[in-house]
Design a protein around this ligand. Sequence first.
Ligand SMILES: NC(=O)N[C@@H](O)C(=O)O
Length: 168
Amino acid sequence: MTPTLRPRSLTAAAFAPFGAPIAIGSGPSRPVNGGRATRHDDIVALDRAEDAPEARLALYRIAPSPRPFAIDVLERHPRSSQSFTPIVARDYLVVVAPSGPDGAPLVAKAQAFVAPATTGVHYARGVWHLPLVAFDAEALFAMWMWEAGDGRDTEEVRLGEPLFVEGF
Ligand SMILES: NC(=O)N[C@@H](O)C(=O)O
């Protein structure tokens, strides 16, 4: 029986095995736009397979889901990392799981995080994650990844028993 997950804050250190928050970090920065703006680089490590040549920028309009939310599917993108950046959102739930030796998600080692509405999430290539969900109000996110444009882009696994996250 997989216990209810207790979510943690989405910090760079806590999320490092799975990707990174999309927020101003310790990377290089420089003034631009006549000095009225600062450009911050190397926020995340974008990654793609050679056979995923199609860069995709999409918008996800996400209807709010009821609570308690039963997590019964995890997915991953073996050919590309994937970024979600909130445009209109509240603090949101991120759930990830490491892969086992057979490549399947180790659900017993799944972890839950709460991301601030001002921070995006970058899933490293091939990381099992909960497809984005919103609560209480519709959300809008920008998504960035590369795709091959076929079935290789996304793998889904249906969980034998649902996962739940405390408070969600
Ligand atoms: N599959 C899809 O379009 N959405 C997922 O990638 C997700 O992480 O929400």
